[in-house]
Design a protein around this ligand. Structure first.
Ligand SMILES: O=C(O)C1=NC(C(=O)O)C[C@H](O)C1
Length: 308
């Protein structure tokens, strides 16, 4: 029997706000977490995703980020997903066991082992070990353009049948025959969540249960509404909002994530600094301006406000 993770809706992988001198800004993270779950209407949060620049955080900073996100999730009765990414299976088991001991983590978001390229059988063996020994429900993060390790539909299905694997963050960069095959016959207890922001709308149309979307750090409520519209089969408004948000997502990803998102959040006064840690560089003023314009008030929102 699978653990019940209830992975439907919008999960926001929060940025990690820094000060200008690159220290963690806990107060800003507390505000972002609360806004996403209250005004934003997100179903839950993702701590330590790619968008959080998790690769550059110290162990102590990671603990602080998880503590803050956990407190917000507890206050809102929301699920918390935590990113755990390494190509060392034994180290991943240890990290998962430590997280499991907290008792407040709904699931871990785990990429296919990055860089090593262990093949599909090795990837399946990796997740089997994590499922058997990690002690936490797992969401497989399928993002071959970052990890270098693609997984085919039959491997994904095999992963979905592992007892602790409750979902996949599907970010293959395409909605193709493989995606349609995956979505066409869903595996019970295995949620498909979109993770490619610019194509989230068609993935939802094809049956994805929700999304883990960095773009939702900005205009959270609209991404939550997009998911809700598709799940209610409201195709017309969903298509219009999806097209508008795809333009925003493209602008937010014009430079390596999360540089533009942080630039926009800073321009909106929501974080103290647009700073990112090396090897990322701050986004150009042009990219931030273009995305900030799209973030402020799209025609869809204007239309809804007039209609209200
Ligand atoms: O941090 C995440 O989770 C996400 N990161 C993305 C990326 O940087 O590739 C994309 C997605 O929006 C979620």
């Amino acid at each position: 029997m699978k653990p019940e993770a209830n992975l439907t809706g919008l999960f926001v992988p929060l940025v990690t706000p820094f000060t200008d001198d690159l220290r963690l800004s806990p107060d800003a993270l507390v505000r972002l977490a609360d806004e996403a779950l209250s005004a934003g209407g997100a179903r839950g949060l993702v701590a330590l995703g790619t968008t959080a620049e998790a690769a550059t955080l110290t162990a102590e900073e990671k603990r602080a980020v998880v503590r803050i996100c956990s407190a917000a999730c507890r206050a809102h009765g929301a699920p918390l997903i935590v990113g755990v990414g390494t190509n060392d299976t034994a180290a991943a088991v240890t990290l998962l066991q430590e997280l499991a001991q907290r008792g407040d983590v709904t699931a871990a978001l785990v990429p296919t082992p990055p860089y090593t390229r262990p093949g599909e059988a090795g990837t399946l063996a990796h997740f089997t070990a994590l499922a058997e020994h990690g002690g936490l429900p797992l969401v497989v993060y399928d993002i071959p353009y970052r990890t270098g390790q693609p997984v085919g539909t039959s491997t994904l299905r095999a992963l979905g049948h592992l007892p602790e694997v409750v979902g996949v963050k599907y970010a293959t960069g395409a909605i193709d025959a493989a995606a349609m095959e995956l979505l066409g016959s869903p595996t019970p207890g295995f949620a498909v969540l979109g993770g490619d922001d610019a194509v989230i709308s068609p993935l939802l149309a094809a049956g994805a249960r929700g999304g883990i979307l960095a773009s939702a750090n900005v205009r959270t409520a609209d991404y939550a509404e997009l998911i809700s519209l598709w799940r209610r089969d409201a195709a017309g408004p969903a298509r219009r909002l999806g097209a508008e948000l795809a333009r925003l997502s493209a602008a937010l990803f014009a430079e390596p994530n999360p540089a533009v998102i942080k630039g926009v959040l800073h321009a909106q006064g929501r974080i103290p600094s647009p700073a990112v840690r090396l090897p990322l560089l701050a986004a150009s003023a042009d990219s931030v301006r273009r995305a900030a314009d799209l973030a402020t008030a799209g025609p869809h929102r204007a239309h809804r406000e007039i209609a209200a």
